[in-house]
Structure formats: structure tokens, C-alpha cells
Design a protein around this ligand. Sequence first.
Ligand code: GLV
Ligand code: MN
Ligand code: MN
Length: 413
Amino acid sequence: MNSKTNLTINPQRLWDSLMETAAFGGTPKGGIKRLTVSDEDKEVRDWFKAECEKLGCTVQVDEVGNMFATRPGKKDILPIAMGSHLDTQPTGGKFDGVLGVLGALEALRSLVDMGYETNAPIMIVNWTNEEGSRFAPAMLCSGVYAGVFTADYAYTREDRSGVKLGDELSRIGYKGEHKAGAIKFESMFELHIEQGPILEAEEKIIGVVTGVQGMRWYEVTVTGQESHTGATPMGLRKNALLASARMIDAIDHVGMNHLPGVASVGLIENRPNSRNVVPGEVFFTVDLRHPDEAVLDKMEAAFRQSIAKIGAGSNVTFEEKCIWKSPAVKFAPALIECVRQGAKQAGYSSREMASGAGHDAAYIARVTPTTMIFVPCLGGISHNEAESTTLEECGAGAQVLLNAVLAHDASFA
Ligand code: GLV
Ligand code: MN
Ligand code: MN
């Protein structure tokens, strides 16, 4: 039975699991709100654990809640891992991250159905807090696994209401006993939706991902002075929101001036947020990305220069700090070749591409050979409840994931 040709995944079963788990945090608009280590995250984790155990896997959890489900292979060697994340944005879709975990589950279900024994054990990983939406930064617990952050750093990250990640992990019962980084694997493949428009525009089914662009996150607090909107003359205001608006516009220009770089402000808090008070304090976040670190340095300098100039000209003070840097990453050539072969074997059109979004694979690539597979998403829209990918595209991704894993597993024969 150990012939590769009959190993096909079941796209309908994968789709059914995607739709079943979309109920954990499902939103009226058809998306998912499943913030990391929330009650909804616990529900999907419990579901995932039970499904893996049904397949005869051992499920282990590390100290930052990363979950590892392992099916033994013929040889007692390190596993080949497939993984992504089950957490979502506050107005997230049904596929970002979830496809990578459930596509891996489908690949494993297919192996079990066919009684196929791999040489290496096969592992599925669910990484904690990839999104970085509730607790910044993104890719936090794959980062702990890779030694970029300590577990204590992760535990002490606070959401916008001051709740700590470590306390939430204990509350939902997913602060595991294993040290982060101690549960080893020898490679990782991450299946994901592209989250951009290229595959769709070129009518390609598979993205053979060669790396991830560099990313930097900053936090800015602008301080002016609260005063009466009716009684404070225009020329005497210290309006923190107006200064922030000018800064946000300048940040957009930083992106436009460094294409294909991107510059974004996604979170803003205006205080006291009352219609007849001139805003006294504004907090906002900045996200700069570019594939080339040297250009990212230039973007950072341009951003800092422009907000300093605007601050000085707007009668406000401000504080700015860089809270996260994730350098550009290149994936492992041997694994990229397995993905190329896997797409070819299944007869899917493909193209090579770099990822604009951040992924756990970016941190795991620091400690273990890693690569990624992309499938298209409708209109390139992601981080949106309308995020959409077809049953066929999800199935194609899971098939290429399985093919690539088996191509790599063949090297352990
Ligand atoms: C993660 O989703 C990121 O790219 O910010
Ligand atoms: Mn993702
Ligand atoms: Mn995401």
C-alpha cells in the first residue's frame, strides 16, 4: 500500500471540518472572531485535540500553549511537521491559519485511512497567538519555540484591557508542561491562503513560497491637551488627534515612497473620545514591511523623521517605540523543491512567490528547515470576514501539502 500514487486527500472532508470549526467564534457576517486563548480558542483546541487522538496521535502542549499532535512513523527519528494557527483576527475569515492546521489534519486522516506508514513520524502543530491582534507581537509563541522570545515575555503580554496572555492560558487549561522548543521536529511545511491577489490574477492554484518579507511594529502615543471644543480658539489647541491624523497620512506616504513596501496604521485609541473635548491623547500602532532589510531601515528613518516634524509643528509631544522586528526570511531550498514537485505531481499550475503576511513559518525557519504553500483567496481579501477560498482550492493545497511531505519523507527511506 506504500505507493504514493493512490494517496489522495478528501477535499469534502476538509471543507466540512473548516465549516464545522468555523462555528467556534462564528460571526453573523460569516467570519470568525476567535482571539487567541479566548473561550472560543479553547473550544477549537479541544476539538482539534479530540480529532487528532481519534487518529491515534499523541497530543502534547508546551508551556505557551503550542499544540503538537504526533503519529509515529516506521523509524524512531524526528517528525516532519505541518502546522499553522487556529486563532483569528477580531473580524477574521474562515481560512487564515485554519486551513494550515485542518489541511494538515486532512493529510493525516488520509494517511491513516490508507494505512500508509511514513518513514518519519508526522506531526501537526497549532501555534499560539500567530495573529498578534489581541496580544502583540504576531507569531508570538512560534517565536518562543524558536528562542526569539522567552516564555515569560509571552506570559506578560497584555491585551488592550490589561489581561495577560499567561493568565488566559492557565484559565483555558492550555499552559502545558513541556518547555517551549523541547518538542522537536526536523522540518515544517505550512499551508496558508495567499492573503493577496497574485495567484488569482495569474490563475495559478499553488504558490511555492520562497520566503517572508521583513516586518517592524511600532507604538506611538501623542499627547496634547484636553480642552473645550467650543471655548478653545483654533490657534490655541493642542489637538492630539489632528496631529495623529497628519502622522498617519505621512506614514501612508512612507509606504507609497518605498514600493513594494507597505506602511499601515491599524489600531488607534483616541482619548477621551468625547465629541466636545479637543482630544488630549492618542495611541496608534504602525506596521512597516519590505522584503529588503536595507529598505526597511530607510522606511523606519523616513517614518521617524516625518512624525518628528509633524509633532513639532502641531503643538503636541509624542513617544514612539519599536516593539517588534521580524527580519526577512528565506525558506529551505530542499523543502521548496518538495513543494514544487508536489504541485507538479498533482497537476496544479504554480508560481514562486514571497509572502507579504507574517507566518509562524518565519520564526520556525530560524531553527528548523521550513517552507510554505499558498492557495488563492477570492479578490486577495484576508483579515476580513468575507475571506473566501473554494473547496477545490483548499483541497489542492492539502494535496500538495501531503505530496510535499511524502516527497520529503522519501529521503528517510
Ligand atoms: C499576521 O497575520 C501578519 O502578517 O500580521
Ligand atoms: Mn495566518
Ligand atoms: Mn492573519
